[in-house]
Design a protein around this ligand. Structure first.
Ligand code: GDP
Ligand code: MG
Length: 172
């Protein structure tokens, strides 16, 4: 019910951290057991009198050994989440800049005709030089989607998340 927000991106960019931050509480999203296929998680909630559902896409978890679980990116699950969402939030890792796989995900969301907002995560701890590099690269790679809002955020610290919400509601 309400605005369905699909949080998509490569493994480790900070999707689950952002989901927890958007929920506005240090709520731990509990996943299923290692070694099994993980479905996307749908979390309905209310914020300032409005209803939302967050879709946290998880990859497929492969167990290498008892202690080490490696998450493998699942394109199928991401496509399902994109299909289901009203607004797609594509999460990027600022430290890695924008890579081919990010652009593929953006392409899927565009093909599906979805409203898209880009969240450039892990902006904290970036030095000024890398910040301008990332900004320049984003401008270069994303000039073909001027209608897609970009937000420099830190899901970990909550920076930029308020404005991200505004964009999500505008995009809807
Ligand atoms: P997911 O695989 O996309 O769901 O990524 P997670 O939310 O599990 O985060 C992967 C790692 O990145 C974790 O160690 C997080 O603590 C870290 N992380 C997430 N967001 C941020 C952020 O804004 N800043 C920093 N410095 N680390 C972050
Ligand atoms: Mg996750």
């Amino acid at each position: 019910a309400g605005i369905k927000i699909g949080i998509v991106g490569r493994p480790n960019v900070g999707k689950s951290t952002l989901v927890n931050r958007l929920l506005g509480e240090e709520r731990v999203v509990v996943y299923d057991h290692p070694g099994t296929t993980r479905d996307s998680i749908y979390i309905p909630y209310e914020r300032m009198g409005k209803r939302f559902t967050l879709i946290d896409t998880a990859g497929i978890r492969r167990r290498k050994n008892v202690k080490e679980a490696v998450e493998k990116f699942s394109i199928i699950k991401t496509l399902q989440a994109i299909d289901d969402a009203h607004v797609v939030v594509l999460v990027l890792d600022a430290r890695e800049n924008i890579v081919e796989q990010d652009l593929h995900l953006l392409g899927f969301a565009l093909d599906a005709g979805k409203s898209i907002v880009i969240a450039v995560n892990k902006w904290d701890g970036m030095n000024p030089e890398s910040r301008s590099e990332v900004k320049a690269e984003l401008t270069r790679r994303l000039h073909f989607v001027p209608f897609v809002n970009q937000h420099l955020i830190s899901a970990l610290h909550g920076t930029g998340v308020g404005n991200l919400y505004k964009s999500i509601e505008e995009a809807y």
